[in-house]
Design a binder for this molecule. Structure first.
Ligand code: CP
Ligand code: NVA
Length: 306
């Protein structure tokens, strides 16, 4: 049994399979062709933070695969009343086949997984957002072919998305140019793959324009992630120059794509002209959460099926 707690939990061969499989599953979905390998399987969705895309894509995805879902939040379960995470894991995993958790510290999902009888999927923690990067890379491949050897520009916070991009770069052999404001840098220890050096696959730049130069993909995220709201005002001051605008897109490759995991704040981390412009693939990116996660759930429960 394997869990999916961070991007480094799968290897390059498994990702090749998952991207191919997501493409097959997407085609079936578009053709209204029934694909129900998970009949009678149940997914528990545990949210300790808000969500639109993650909830809809996992919930709709599991139903489309023939299974069903149970939805829990901190407020409406004993998780919010200090039941130990280990006990919650022991109980919930006796009743369902798969668990997705969105929570705060990565250590919390790790403790849950340690005591779970069934696979656990990270639906976002403070440290990582692997399902999102799975969708982002699938979207890149759909639009531009293999990501190997390509350059991704990360503009903004050294957050859960940035950490996950770094893990993906080492595993799938592409580069990430990172530009963050001072004080919001990526913590290499958090992002690192099994403690190995990731420096071959990423470079840091003080000026976000330099990070974007010749990039194949420019991507960013909110200035303030969930759980960091108390820092909002300080972050607004620090991040002023880290707005992906047309000037940044102009120094990237002419066919560069723009991605954002969403929700977005036009006029803060991205200009409306960019996110709503011709290089933006954010709606495909959001939709692809559905297809890649269906492939992931099928894989965690049934293994490679073709
Ligand atoms: N991108 C993403 O995970 O969106 P939600 O917070 O809406 O789930
Ligand atoms: N970095 C953001 C991503 C939201 C999908 C957050 O953690 O809030």
């Amino acid at each position: 049994m394997s869990h999916y707690l961070q991007f480094a939990d799968l290897n390059a061969r498994q990702y090749t399979y998952l991207f191919d499989r997501a493409s097959v599953i997407k085609k079936k979905f578009k053709a209204y062709e029934r694909h129900q390998p998970l009949t009678d399987r149940t997914l528990a969705l545990i949210f300790e933070k808000a969500s639109t895309r993650t909830r809809v894509s996992f919930e709709a995805g599991m139903y489309q695969l023939g299974g069903s879902v149970v939805h829990l939040t901190t407020g409406d379960s004993q998780l919010g009343r200090s039941e130990p995470i280990e006990d919650s894991a022991r109980v919930i995993s006796r009743m369902v086949d798969l668990v997705m958790i969105r929570t705060f510290e990565q250590s919390k999902i790790e403790r849950f997984a340690e005591h779970s009888r069934v696979p656990v999927i990270n639906g976002l923690t403070n440290e990582f957002h692997p399902c999102q990067i799975l969708a982002d890379i699938f979207t890149f491949i759909e639009n531009r072919g293999p990501i190997q050897g390509k350059t991704v520009a990360w503009v903004g916070d050294g957050n859960n998305m940035a950490n996950t991009w770094l893990q993906a770069a080492e595993l799938l052999d592409f580069k990430v140019n990172v530009s963050t404001p001072t004080g919001y840098e990526i913590d290499e220890k958090v992002a690192g793959v099994s403690g190995r050096s990731i420096t071959d696959h990423y470079q840091t730049f003080n000026d976000p324009m330099d990070a974007c130069r010749d990039a194949d993909l420019v991507t960013t995220d909110v200035w303030t992630s969930m759980g960091y709201e108390a820092e909002n005002e300080a972050r607004k001051k620090a991040f002023g120059d880290w707005c992906v605008d047309e000037a940044m897109m102009a120094v990237a490759k002419p066919n560069a794509l723009f991605m954002h995991c969403l929700p977005a704040h036009r006029g803060e981390e991205v200009a409306a002209e960019v996110i709503d412009g011709p290089q933006s693939v954010v709606w495909d990116e959001a939709e692809n959460r559905l297809h890649v996660q269906k492939a992931l759930m099928e894989y965690l429960l049934l293994g490679m099926v073709d």
